[in-house]
Design a protein around this ligand. Structure first.
Ligand SMILES: Cc1cc2nc3c(=O)[nH]c(=O)nc-3n(C[C@H](O)[C@H](O)[C@H](O)COP(=O)(O)OP(=O)(O)OC[C@H]3O[C@@H](n4cnc5c(N)ncnc54)[C@H](O)[C@@H]3O)c2cc1C
Length: 455
């Protein structure tokens, strides 16, 4: 683009939004370079801070006319590089489009602006006596809009499903600035295509999410959490089956493979059990009452669990969860992280196969695995001690090739963004990819929305 049209473009933006909302040069904040994957390299050329949905609509209209690529930035906690600017991008920050607009206590719904930080929305729901079911570790920074744009998972999927399962209505701004208001509040509404689902999980490539109507659930009054040691993956699968059948309000079932559990508990300075078991599982129950202790006793008698601790305080519960969060992994600065899903019955087979291949290729490699097994989802961390691009590519290919063989997904919950784009065909067939391209072309014919991401 010539300097002349660059100037015209900026003048158009500033005329509509005002100078203070359109930042360039030194005024662009450093935080705009990268999401939490820390793989971003470029500052956006222009950084826009819209204050209203109308501002977003006007910004997109201008960007569409001038064919300027746009990247939407929520809380920047994404792990796939989706919010990272490419050279010349206009970044649209959603941080001023924030606030809970309404809580309908009769219907159990919340209408919320998309730049609202998840934790703030959760707290407002709690104050009104409700649970906002979407929850993840990045809750203090991520936005509701980012959660929906990535179809986030997190720790309550086992009970409440993915982000998309908790949405009734959406407002979206299209590439040409058109505002599509589809703010449905009703559970039942089969009037044609379910448009909101097109935008949920589209990672800023089809439209900008500006408002949402989300479902709220009753706030549980009791929560009980246990850490269980098990000797085999078969026992893990059986425990899950029993827990789903017998424990009402099963709200988490998080499995840690032994090398990860040992590494992480040592990092946090805990012992918990006298020995480290092949698998350690966090089982959590939330609801009106708890029968977790009796349940665990019966599982012990059946020989499915070898040992168990029930948290006696919030501090102890947090200690269990801190180990599961795996902060100790941050010390492995060259680590590669993978977020994959596979049928439950093959998860451990997959882990054994991939570990064997990685150990042969990279003797001394560190492999850590944990995950939301009930949701088919594991997170795999690999550290070879070497972070050159060809090593990274070899590790990635080994990990994803086995996912393909088992017909799994290379992204369970973090999205595709930029980092997994070139591997999308490992989990999607040619016809699916062609349909995705067609949808993209139809909604964004000038390819201005997050170009080069996802597909
Ligand atoms: C400590 C930690 C724990 C995490 N745990 C989980 C977890 O358990 N489960 C999980 O799924 N993820 C997890 N994540 C990943 C991340 O938090 C989620 O992907 C989150 O949903 C991203 O929200 P965000 O607002 O930060 O989005 P961003 O990172 O800002 O953006 C993510 C993508 O969405 C697009 N986008 C953002 N806002 C909008 C909008 N309003 N309209 C359209 N597009 C938009 C961006 O362009 C980008 O492509 C974790 C991350 C961290 C750092």
């Amino acid at each position: 683009m010539s300097n002349l049209s660059d100037n015209e473009f900026l003048t158009s933006l500033r005329t509509v939004l005002g100078d203070e909302l359109v930042l360039t040069g030194d005024r662009v904040p450093e935080k705009a370079i990268s999401d939490a994957s820390q793989t971003g390299r470029n500052l956006p050329q222009v950084y826009v801070r819209p204050r209203s949905v109308k501002d977003i609509s006007e910004t997109l209209k201008i960007c569409n006319v001038y064919r300027r690529p746009v990247v939407v930035q929520g809380g920047m906690t994404g792990l796939s590089g989706g919010a990272n600017p490419q050279k010349g991008d206009v970044a649209i920050s959603m941080e001023l489009i924030a606030g809970v607009e309404d809580i309908d206590t009769a219907a159990g719904t919340m209408t919320v602006l998309s730049g609202t930080v998840l934790e703030q929305a959760q707290k407002e729901a709690e104050r009104a006596g409700f649970l906002l079911p979407i929850d993840l570790g990045a809750r203090g920074s991520c936005h509701i809009g980012g959660n929906l744009a990535t179809n986030a998972g997190g720790i309550r999927v086992i009970t409440h499903g993915m982000a998309r399962d908790n949405v009734l209505g959406l407002e979206v701004v299209l590439a040409d600035g058109t505002v599509i208001s589809s703010l449905n509040h009703m559970l039942k509404n089969n009037t044609g295509y379910d448009l909101k689902q097109l935008f949920i999980g589209s990672e800023g490539t089809l439209g900008i999410i500006t408002r949402a109507v989300v479902k709220l659930k009753p706030l549980p009054s009791v929560q009980a959490t246990a850490l269980c040691g098990l000797n085999s993956y078969d026992n893990v699968v059986s425990l899950l089956r029993h827990a789903k059948r017998s424990l009402s309000g099963l709200s988490a079932f998080e499995v840690m493979w032994e090398p990860f559990f040992r590494f992480s508990r040592q990092g946090e300075g805990h012992n918990f059990f006298e020995v480290d078991y092949s698998f350690t599982v966090i089982v959590e129950q939330s609801g009106e009452s708890t029968d977790l202790e009796a349940f665990l006793e019966s599982m012990f008698e059946e020989g499915l669990i070898s040992d168990a601790l029930i948290a006696q305080s919030e501090m102890q519960r947090e200690a269990f969860w801190k180990v599961r969060e795996g902060r100790a992994l941050r010390a492995l600065t060259d680590r590669l992280s993978f977020d994959i899903s596979l049928p439950i019955r093959v998860l451990d087979v997959y882990v054994q196969e991939v570990s064997a291949t990685l150990v042969t290729a990279f003797p001394g490699v560190h492999i850590s695995v944990f995950g939301h097994v009930a949701d088919n989802n594991i997170h795999l961390y690999v550290s070879t001690g070497n972070d050159d691009p060809s090593t990274k590519e070899r590790v990635t290919t080994i990990v994803y090739e086995r996912v393909r063989q088992h017909r799994g997904s290379i992204s369970a919950e973090h999205g595709i963004g930029l980092l997994k784009r070139d591997y999308l065909s490992y989990s999607r067939n040619a016809d699916e990819l062609e349909l995705m391209r067609l949808i993209k072309k139809t909604l964004d014919p000038n390819q201005i929305l997050n170009p080069g991401k996802v597909i």
